[in-house]
Each structure stands twice: as C-alpha cells, then as structure tokens.
Design a protein around this ligand. Structure first.
Ligand code: RTP
Length: 151
C-alpha cells in the first residue's frame, strides 16, 4: 500500500451515455485521489479483447467485448493511498443488485452488464491496464493538497 498507488478506472459506454462521467470523477476527486491521466476514447474490439484477456474463457466474454466497443468510454488513472482496493469499494459489488447504496453501482446501476464503471482488481492488473490505455504515459505533477490528505 502506497500513497503513490495507481488504479485504472473506466466509465463504461452506458455511464458516458447517461451523463455520469462528472459524478464518477467527482467521487474520486473529493475522496482525495489525484487524477494523473484522462481521455474519452472509442476503442476497438481488439483493444477490449486485450483489456479483458483474463475473462476470455467466460461465456459472456464475446458480448462484453462487443458491448464495450460499441461507444466511447472514459479512461482514467487515479493515484493515492490504497487506490486499487478503495477504488473497488467505491465502485461497489460487480452485480449492482448486490452493490451497497453509497457506492457508484449501488447508486446508479441495476444490471450486471450495465454496471457503469470498471476498476482494476489488483496492483498488477492496474499496471497492465494503465500501460494498455495510456502507452504515452501518465502526467507527472505535484499537488499541493497531498499534505492535507495524507498524514
Ligand atoms: P470490472 O472488470 O468491469 O471492474 O468488473 P469486475 O472485475 O467486478 O467483474 P469481472 O468478473 O472482471 O467482469 C467484467 C465485467 O463483465 C460483466 N459481466 N457479465 N453475464 C455475466 O455473467 C457477467 N459477469 C460479468 C460485468 O459488466 C463486469 O463488470
């Protein structure tokens, strides 16, 4: 766990279409995480096949890849203490019917295949996903807020 831990967070096509981008960014910003990369991108099926490679044997994989490539997504990297685990907690359980109110999915989603956002499930996955989505690298800058967020 480190104050420099990075996670890859993505607003899925339905989150973009439903105008939830600002809300999702706001939650990560106000929690104290630092935005270090951001882009709106309409990615190809081939790109999502790489992103979801770990799920390639699952029956829902072809539909998932096709759907995710159907419209633009917002790709982001957030940095901060325990960002991978805390990011997953903020997203809520994968199936929105089990997501606690107060989480993003618990507040904005009802269906497993339309659960609004993605978050890396481990530090290793985050590193892989950040490389895949931001081969150009992230933006390095100092934030004056750090001293007010971390002991
Ligand atoms: P994510 O990668 O999107 O953050 O979600 P996750 O780790 O919580 O869930 P994962 O098992 O990696 O599944 C990725 C996405 O696939 C859809 N899904 N559909 N039809 C199904 O049984 C099924 N299971 C998963 C979900 O949209 C999930 O977020």
């Amino acid at each position: 766990m480190s104050v420099k831990e990075r996670t890859y967070i993505m607003v899925k096509p339905e989150g973009v279409q439903r105008g939830l981008v600002g809300e999702i960014i706001k939650r990560f910003e106000t929690r104290g995480f630092k935005l270090i990369a951001l882009k709106l991108v309409h990615a190809t099926k081939e790109h999502f096949e790489k992103h979801y490679a770990d799920l390639s044997t699952k029956p829902f994989y072809p539909g998932l890849v096709k759907y995710m490539a159907s419209g633009p997504v917002v790709a982001m990297v957030w940095e901060g203490l325990d960002s991978v685990k805390t990011g997953r907690t903020m997203l809520g359980a994968t199936n929105p019917l089990a997501s606690a109110p107060g989480t993003i999915r618990g507040d904005y989603a009802l269906s497993l295949g339309r659960n609004v956002c993605h978050g890396s499930d481990s530090v290793e996955s985050a590193e892989k996903e950040i490389k895949l989505w931001f081969p150009e690298g992230v933006v390095q800058y100092e934030s004056s807020q750090a001293a007010w967020i971390f002991e």
